[in-house]
Design a protein around this ligand. Structure first.
Ligand code: TRP
Length: 446
């Protein structure tokens, strides 16, 4: 289940009743239990990670650094450790790695110091287990993978207005530090950060961590900030203000007859800082869509191949409707003179359609192979995140996505969950045709 498959909560509330599967009773294995269960088995990855991380040393108690697996016990140090290992694998040097880890812990704010034995500070919608962090590796056809990290900077706040204030301040600090202008964000922030924002999020930020130069910054806002029922109006107004009204019209006409039963708006996103081609992005969830429906959603974008989209969906879920968690499209806009979006990305919530992460990993590897992309970094990335066996849980790989933009070669992205709080058990009813929407019904709260 996903907060976008049902109406959102009212002002100042999280969509607790309708949120991601992690809102349910604690049926999953806690991270500590999973780690203990796995420790007896030899894992190639364990050997590589005994070196203490810079951020770990800074943030955690001395005994945590020497604990089994050298794993820190606080959210900031735990996720910074994962980030550090991911930096190593994409060739980011030690100095820059430390800087990136600092940015992550700073973005987490007071949440960084929370012990992982405490519940998450707020029910973050970033990850199913409410870890307010998600990593991703994007694999361009030519060249090494790029590492990104998504964070909810306001996650330590209990109420959404405070969450919004904290997140806004955090983005302001980063922009000031790196000399980025926030002009576009300033033109739409009244729409997305109203005094009484609706959930399940206010503002998230993502960093693209490059081997050289400061990170690229992306800001994600809630299309339903003024109520899910007003999301078409909110996003339409934002697109008009930013000069993309004409290009957005094709997306609006596609969504309107489907809204809200078959399509809902999720995020409005802006690239901030020195991007080669800064994008404005609109994310739409396709409810109960088939592979063919997803292909239709890509048809709006010149140059995006609907066949590739259908092929990706079919390899994971066949021809049945994707009814557990929705397929998602992201339309990107770069040129205010254009009359169509410039790019399309399709996200498949693979975690809802496989038994376990071994199957999700195999899908990712086959997809990368299909596109002729070197996939070795993927297994190293999974080992950088966890020592558990992939078959013992599901959700480590929440999404697989295909990006098609202009004449650029298609790009595959693999999303990676920190699993700081919980490992969800393997699903026994893995096919898309079975009734539950995300997890077994009993795992959800109503
Ligand atoms: N966890 C949320 C979801 O599954 C939000 C999210 C995180 C998301 N990463 C994403 C949505 C990537 C789309 C694509 O919907």
């Amino acid at each position: 289940m996903n907060a976008y498959t049902e109406p959102c909560a009212g002002p100042n509330e999280r969509a607790t009743g309708t949120g991601s599967p992690g809102f349910g009773p604690l049926r999953g294995t806690s991270r500590a239990e999973a780690a203990t269960a796995e420790r007896s088995e030899p894992e190639a990855a364990t050997a590589e990670r005994s070196e203490p991380e810079a951020a770990t040393a800074e943030r955690s108690e001395p005994e945590a650094a020497t604990a089994e697996r050298s794993e820190p016990d606080r959210l900031g140090a735990f996720t910074a450790g994962q980030l550090g290992r991911l930096c190593d694998l994409v060739g980011i040097d030690a100095q820059r790695r430390t800087a990136h880890q600092r940015v992550l812990t700073d973005l987490l704010g007071p949440a960084a110091d929370r012990p992982l034995t405490d519940p998450p500070a707020s029910p973050s919608f970033v990850s199913d287990d409410h870890t307010p962090v998600e990593f991703s590796l994007t694999f361009p056809a030519d060249g090494p993978p790029l590492l990104r990290v998504l964070v909810e900077p306001g996650c330590a706040a209990r109420a959404l207005p405070d969450n919004a204030r904290a997140a806004w301040a955090a983005v302001g600090r980063l922009a000031a530090q790196w000399g980025y202008r926030l002009d576009e964000l300033a033109r739409v922030n009244d729409l997305f950060l109203p005094p009484a924002p609706h959930g399940p999020l206010t503002l998230w930020s993502a960093l693209e961590l490059r081997p050289s130069g400061p990170p690229g910054l992306k800001v994600y806002l809630n299309a339903g900030s003024r109520g899910a029922e007003r999301s078409m109006e909110t996003v339409g107004e934002a697109m008009t203000r930013l000069g993309h009204g004409r290009a957005y019209e094709s997306v609006r006409s596609y969504l309107r007859p489907r809204f809200p039963e078959r399509a809902t708006l999720m995020f409005f996103a802006l690239d901030v800082g020195p991007w080669a081609e800064p994008r404005v992005k609109v994310y739409a969830a396709h409810h109960h869509a088939t592979a063919a429906d997803a292909a239709d959603a890509a048809r709006l974008v010149p140059g995006a191949s609907p066949e590739r989209v259908a092929e990706l969906c079919r390899r994971i879920g066949g021809d049945e409707p994707f009814s557990r968690l929705p397929l998602i499209s992201c339309y990107s806009f770069t040129d205010t003179a254009a009359d169509r979006p410039t790019g399309h990305s399709l996200y498949v919530p693979v975690r809802a359609y496989v038994r376990d992460d071994r199957a999700a990993r195999d899908h990712a590897v086959e997809l990368l192979q299909h596109y002729g992309i070197h996939n070795a970094p993927l297994d190293r990335a999974l080992a950088a995140l966890t020592t558990r066996r992939l078959s013992t849980g599901v959700g480590l790989i929440p999404y697989l996505s295909l990006v098609q933009a202009g004449r650029q070669a298609p790009r595959i992205t693999v999303y990676l969950s920190p699993e700081a709080y919980r490992v969800f058990p393997p699903r026994e009813d893995a096919g898309p045709g079975s009734p539950a929407d995300g997890r077994r019904a009993a795992d959800r709260i109503s």
